[in-house]
Design a protein around this ligand. Structure first.
Ligand SMILES: [Cu+2]
Length: 289
């Protein structure tokens, strides 16, 4: 093999080895916190795909760098600049072509495809609406139509579509639940919306990813601006609603009738009509998925 051939072979071998090592390390590596929503699955799949695609590109750059330093460095005391390198149009063209195609590919998927999946919730009526108001430095959470005006935690039914209506009364905050991978700004004077379909039961006490956390630096108390999130089976959610946002009574057998007679059950939002949590409670088993 000629000397340039050996150099290329060394770079290729190193590239394959580093790529294999990187992909193996990524395989099932616990990079991300608990994923407890459909939206989290979409985000995580996109993240993992991007990292997997980035590994061979990064490994290629490192391999060429290592081989170039090992093979072409000046031995002894350098006496001047090395010969000019004019490059190769074929190599440059191939590099631009491959990385350009990769970039355009990921713009389509997971870019546009993932975005469309994340926005899918906006095309459906939610089963539950939760209003979230940020202020320095606390969250106020209410369930319109249920009489719950300042819940001590966010409780959600599993496998139901939830719409968060988010706002702020002072500065810009950001609504973020790590387990859902959903983040939306809380802007004074505006209501922003985020849709989540929780897919897994869980709570903050056993998993800190189940929390509402401010994600926009908003002052001294920013880091402590959080609230527990609890995802429960639908029956437990109804009991919680019926109990006015407290822990459900042990003897309570939840039913739509009880829920309708709960505190504030007759209150309706003049703009949106009856709150969806009440509509859901009126149907045995709630709305279909
Ligand atoms: Cu903040």
């Amino acid at each position: 093999m000629t000397r340039p051939g050996r150099t290329l072979a060394a770079a290729a071998a190193l590239w394959l080895a580093l790529t294999g090592l990187g992909e193996a390390l990524l395989w099932r590596a616990p990079l991300l916190p608990t994923a407890a929503a459909h939206e989290a699955r979409v985000s995580d799949e996109a993240f993992r795909l991007l990292v997997r695609l980035a590994v061979p590109v990064f490994a290629f750059v490192v391999s060429v760098l290592v081989v170039a330093v090992a093979r072409f460095r000046v031995r002894g005391r350098p006496e001047g600049d090395g010969p000019p390198v004019w490059g190769s149009p074929r190599v440059v063209g191939a590099w631009l072509g491959i990385t350009g195609l990769l970039a355009m590919g990921i713009m389509v998927n997971p870019g546009l495809v993932g975005l469309s999946e994340l926005m899918a919730g906006h095309r459906h009526d939610p089963d539950v609406v939760v209003r979230v108001e940020g202020s320095m430095w606390a969250w106020k959470v209410s369930y319109p139509g249920s009489g719950i005006e300042a819940a001590p935690e966010i409780v959600l039914p599993v496998d139901r579509l939830v719409r968060f209506e988010v706002t702020s009364i002072d500065v810009i905050h950001s609504f973020w639940v790590p387990a859902f991978r959903v983040k939306i700004d809380a802007v004074p004077g505006r209501v922003t919306e985020a849709y989540v379909r929780p897919t897994r039961v869980g709570e903050f006490e056993t998993d800190p990813a189940f929390r509402l956390q401010c994600a926009e630096l908003c002052g001294f108390g920013h880091a402590g601006m959080r609230m527990p999130v609890r995802v429960v089976p639908e029956e437990e959610f109804r009991s919680w609603l019926a109990a006015g946002g407290g822990k459900p009574p042990a003897t309570c057998e939840p039913s739509g009738t009880e829920l309708r007679s709960g505190p504030g059950a007759e209150v309706e939002d003049p703009e949106r009509g009856p709150a969806p949590q009440l509509r859901a409670a009126g149907l045995p088993g709630g709305r279909g998925g």
